[in-house]
Design a protein. Structure first.
Length: 350
């Protein structure tokens, strides 16, 4: 019987990936469709991806599939053909190719069945996720950016918006997508007669968000086809001005793709211009924050003096200090509130 899960340690897998001589291509894709048996599909896809030496993170649910993966360059075309042939629902699926890729985005294949491919918190049976807004292509996006009657809504998290966004786009201040959806409806009430343009990294969040806005009475709703990744690629191919400013945050080892040379964020410790995210090296923290090279050296990759001190202690003492506190794995390490509290950063939502 084939092995349908990884049996090798994470450190060993990472070392093996770093030792590879063949370049890899980072690809993301998603599709909302009725998946009757997610577990059987997961098991069959796991075998296919393993045979092609694909790494990455894949979620399946009854509502569809969401994947961010890394494929050896020599196998990209074989992957495309076999994926399209795997299920009629996958035929012609848009594959978003990473814009700024060192090929080191993933080193293990993790494939999970979940309740939703994107946690949205929607439990209204009358909601039709297929009734989405209209797609916008790159040239249309630029035209909308110049339209005074259009409002751009960023459906990503605060840490994504902070390092890059479209010109004059509105941030929906919330820690999670499920919290953003009702807040977007609330914030856009005064713009109900405007043209609402929604966007995210690769399209999966803004597609569902566009359907949610329509369900809540907004009639003029668009979303950017393929998200920021596809927009930037097509704009460059077509010689159009790229109107996204800064860096596009991505959920893999790279933590970002450079879209423009603008650095619009600042180090959370010293305030110098910087847009490089990192996780606090203290195993009891792992806070996601922005840190410049000088502060990384000063604080040894940690977010504070306390974490710096704690991370250098013997492991047994670190465990003792963490005893009685929240388990580090259960702490939401991307929370804006936690970031503000630990680093004393003013909350723009206040």
């Amino acid at each position: 019987m084939p092995v349908l899960h990884n049996r090798i340690s994470n450190d060993a897998l990472k070392a093996k990936m770093l030792a590879e001589s063949e370049p890899r291509t980072t690809i993301s894709f998603y599709k909302y469709f009725n998946l009757v048996n997610p577990q059987d599909t997961r098991d069959a896809l796991y075998q296919l991806f393993t045979e092609l030496n694909v790494f990455g993170r894949v979620y399946l649910a009854h509502e569809g599939i969401n994947a961010q993966i890394s494929v050896p360059q020599s196998k990209v075309e074989a992957f495309r053909q076999q994926l399209y042939a795997f299920d009629p629902a996958f035929a012609g699926l848009r594959l978003n190719i990473a814009l700024d890729d060192d090929g080191k985005s993933f080193w293990v294949l993790r494939m999970k069945v979940r309740e939703r491919i994107v946690a949205d918190g929607i439990d209204d049976p009358a909601f039709d996720a297929s009734n989405v807004g209209d797609y916008l292509k790159a040239a249309e996006v630029n035209a909308m950016l110049d339209d005074p009657d259009a409002v751009f809504i960023d459906m990503r998290n605060h840490y994504e918006y902070e390092v890059g966004h479209f010109e004059n786009a509105m941030e929906i201040p919330a820690d999670t997508f499920r919290d953003q959806l009702p807040k977007a409806v609330e914030m856009m009430q005064e713009h109900k007669d405007k043209k609402i343009v929604m966007y995210c990294t690769g399209g999966i969040r803004c597609e569902k968000a566009s359907a949610w806005m329509k369900y809540n009475g907004f009639s003029k709703v668009w979303h950017i086809e393929g998200g920021i990744i596809e927009y930037a690629r097509k704009a460059r191919e077509q010689g159009l001005p790229v109107r996204f400013i800064g860096k596009n945050f991505v959920f893999d080892e790279r933590m970002g793709e450079r879209i423009s040379e603008d650095v619009i964020a600042h180090c959370h410790q010293c305030g110098v211009a910087c847009d490089s995210h990192t996780n606090c090296k203290n195993d009891g923290c792992h806070l996601l924050f922005i840190q410049c090279p000088a502060c990384a050296e000063k604080y040894k990759g940690c977010c504070s003096d306390l974490c710096c001190e704690e991370s250098t202690l013997p492991e047994e003492e670190q465990r003792r200090r963490r005893a009685g506190r929240e388990n580090g794995n259960k702490i939401f390490n991307k929370s804006r509130g936690r970031l503000n509290t630990k680093l004393g950063i003013p909350d723009p939502a206040q």
